[in-house]
Ligand binder design. Structure first.
Ligand SMILES: [Zn+2]
Ligand SMILES: [Zn+2]
Length: 405
C-alpha cells in the first residue's frame, strides 16, 4: 500500500521533471551565459527572485547582499507543532576562469565562468520549486529554498547566512544539496555516509635567515636549505602522525626564494594545503605542523613564521539522512542508478549547514561515456550533460516530498 503510494508519487515527479526539462535547460543556459563571481551575484539574485515570483513564491527578507531564501508552504497536512521544514540548497556563484567551450551558450563575461556547475545547481533548485509548488497538496510540511552566494571564495556564503540567523529563523529539521560530478554517469547519483568531503586549510610559512655570498655559506643562515628540510620533515605528519586509516593530505604547493646563482637569499616563502576528514586529526596536525616548522627552523638557526588559515570544515553526511536520501534515490532513479561514493578530499561550505542540521550532500552524475578529457570541475572546458538537470530536479523534489511524509 505504502509502496504503491510512493511509486505513484515518484511517477508524478518524474513526469513533472520531464515536462519541465526544456525550461530548466533554458534557465541553466541563461545563467551559464551570465555568470557572476562570489559575493557579486546581483543579476543572478534578481533572476532567481523573478522566477520564484512567477511561481507565486515571495522571497524572505534578504540575509546577505546577494542570494535568495524563500519558503514554499505545503498544504498536504494541517498546521501543527510537529510540522516539519526541509531545506534544499543550491550555490549560485561562478569562478574567475575564461571559458574554452565551443557550444553556443558560452559565458559572455570575460574571465568568468560557471565551471563548477552552480548554474546547474541553481536551475535545478528553481525546477524543484516549480515541481513542488505544483504538488503543494502532497507536501506535508514546508520547504526552505536556499540560493546561497559565494561558495567558491572563503569564508563562503554558508557561514554568514547561518550567522545571520538562517537556520534559527526557519528551523529546518533536515537539509539536502547536490553537486555536479562528471566522474559519475548522467542519470545516476553517488552517495557517501559520514565524512564525505575534507576540511581544507591554507598553510603559509615564511623562513627568515641571513643572506650573503653563495661562496661563503658559513657566513649566512640559509633559508633555502632550511626550507628543503622543513618540507621533507612535514611529510611525516601524514606518514607518521595521522593514523594509516585516516585520510590526510599535506602539500606544499608553492615555494619562493632567491633570484641569482651566487646569492643566498634572506627569506623564503612557502604555501600549501592541508586536508583532513576528522576534526580531531585536523587540530592535531595543525599543532604538529607548527611545531615541525618551528623546530626544524631552530635546528638550522633560521626563524619561521607559520600561519594556518582555516578553510571549510569536514563535510559530514548524517548517516540516517543519507540512508533516507539513498532509499529515496533508489525509489526515484532505480537501484542501478544509485552508487556508493568514496570520500573526496575536496571541500564545500555546505559542511557548515551539516554542523547545525542533519542532512546529506550527494554527487549528481553529469558525465557521459564519450566525454572529452577536459570535462572536469574548475576546468575551462567543463561541460556537464544537461539531461542530468532532469535527474537533479526530480531528486530534490522527490526527496523533499518523501522526507515530509
Ligand atoms: Zn567549485
Ligand atoms: Zn561547486
Amino acid at each position: 500500500m505504502q509502496n504503491d503510494e510512493l511509486s505513484i508519487l515518484a511517477t508524478r515527479v518524474r513526469e513533472a521533471a520531464q515536462r519541465l526539462y526544456p525550461d530548466i535547460a533554458a534557465v541553466r543556459r541563461h545563467l551559464h551565459m551570465h555568470p557572476e563571481l562570489s559575493y557579486q551575484e546581483f543579476r543572478t539574485t534578481a533572476f532567481i527572485k523573478e522566477y520564484l515570483a512567477k511561481l507565486g513564491i515571495e522571497p524572505e527578507p534578504q540575509l546577505l547582499e546577494t542570494g535568495v531564501v524563500a519558503v514554499l508552504r505545503g498544504t498536504g497536512a494541517p498546521e501543527s507543532k510537529e510540522r516539519k521544514t526541509v531545506a534544499l540548497r543550491a550555490d549560485i556563484d561562478a569562478l574567475p576562469l575564461q571559458e574554452e567551450n565551443s557550444h553556443d551558450f558560452c559565458s559572455t563575461e570575460a574571465g568568468c565562468m560557471h565551471a563548477c556547475g552552480h548554474d546547474m545547481h541553481t536551475a535545478m533548485l528553481l525546477g524543484a520549486a516549480s515541481v513542488l509548488s505544483d504538488m503543494k497538496d502532497e507536501l506535508n510540511g514546508d520547504v526552505l529554498l536556499i540560493f546561497q552566494p559565494a561558495e567558491e571564495k572563503a569564508p563562503g556564503g554558508a557561514k554568514p547566512m547561518i550567522d545571520a540567523g538562517l537556520l534559527k529563523r526557519y528551523q529546518p529539521s533536515a537539509i539536502f544539496a547536490q553537486h555536479c560530478f562528471s566522474s559519475v554517469q548522467s542519470g545516476s547519483v553517488a552517495m557517501c555516509k559520514g565524512g564525505f568531503m575534507a576540511a581544507a586549510d591554507e598553510l603559509y610559512i615564511t623562513v627568515h635567515g641571513q643572506g650573503g655570498h653563495a661562496s661563503s655559506p658559513h657566513k649566512t643562515r640559509d633559508p633555502i636549505l632550511a626550507s628543503a628540510h622543513i618540507i621533507t620533515a612535514l611529510q611525516h605528519l601524514v606518514s607518521r602522525v595521522a593514523p594509516p586509516h585516516e585520510p590526510a593530505v599535506l602539500s606544499i604547493a608553492s615555494i619562493n626564494g632567491g633570484h641569482a646563482t651566487n646569492i643566498i637569499p634572506g627569506k623564503v616563502t612557502m604555501q600549501g594545503t592541508m586536508r583532513t576528514m576528522n576534526e580531531e586529526l585536523r587540530s592535531l596536525l595543525h599543532e604538529r605542523f607548527e611545531k615541525t616548522v618551528k623546530q626544524v627552523a631552530e635546528a638550522f638557526e633560521v626563524e619561521a613564521d607559520v600561519e594556518i588559515r582555516f578553510g571549510y570544515p569536514v563535510l559530514y553526511n548524517d548517516p540516517d539522512m543519507t540512508d533516507l536520501a539513498w532509499e529515496a534515490a533508489k525509489e526515484y532513479l532505480g537501484d542501478e542508478n544509485v552508487h556508493p561514493s568514496a570520500p573526496l578530499m575536496t571541500a564545500e561550505d555546505f559542511a557548515y549547514y551539516l554542523r547545525e542540521c542533519p542532512g546529506s550532500f550527494w554527487q549528481l552524475g553529469t558525465g557521459l561515456a564519450d566525454d572529452k578529457p577536459g570535462n572536469l570541475l574548475h576546468s575551462p572546458t567543463f561541460n556537464p550533460d544537461e539531461h542530468s538537470l532532469e535527474t537533479g530536479v526530480g531528486m530534490m523534489s522527490y526527496l523533499a516530498l518523501r522526507y515530509l511524509r
